[in-house]
Design a protein. Structure first.
Length: 88
């Protein structure tokens, strides 16, 4: 029964996406560009193009490595010292 429900949900999602036919537009296109045009400032290209190659993946990798380094360096502050049971 669960497999049939999962299959029906997957087919429903597939059908919904086929109906849309790639007409999804992001916040940049629908909101920000519209407001910028109303203010008299045309849209321009971004400073960092994250859609070329794996630059977005690299940025996430660097951010994760930096966060991991900071968390590892501050491990004792974050999680406290281990206390020995039975010692005074």
């Amino acid at each position: 029964m669960a497999a049939l429900m999962l299959l029906a949900a997957a087919l429903g999602v597939w059908w919904f996406l086929e109906i849309l036919d790639g007409r999804w537009s992001g916040v940049d296109e629908t909101v920000i560009e519209h407001i910028a045009e109303q203010a008299g400032r045309p849209a321009r290209d971004p400073l960092i193009h994250t859609d070329h190659g794996d630059i977005l993946l690299f940025i996430c990798l660097v951010a994760g490595a930096a966060g991991g380094f900071v968390a590892g360096y501050q491990y004792r502050r974050l999680f406290g010292e281990k206390s020995e049971v039975g010692q005074a």
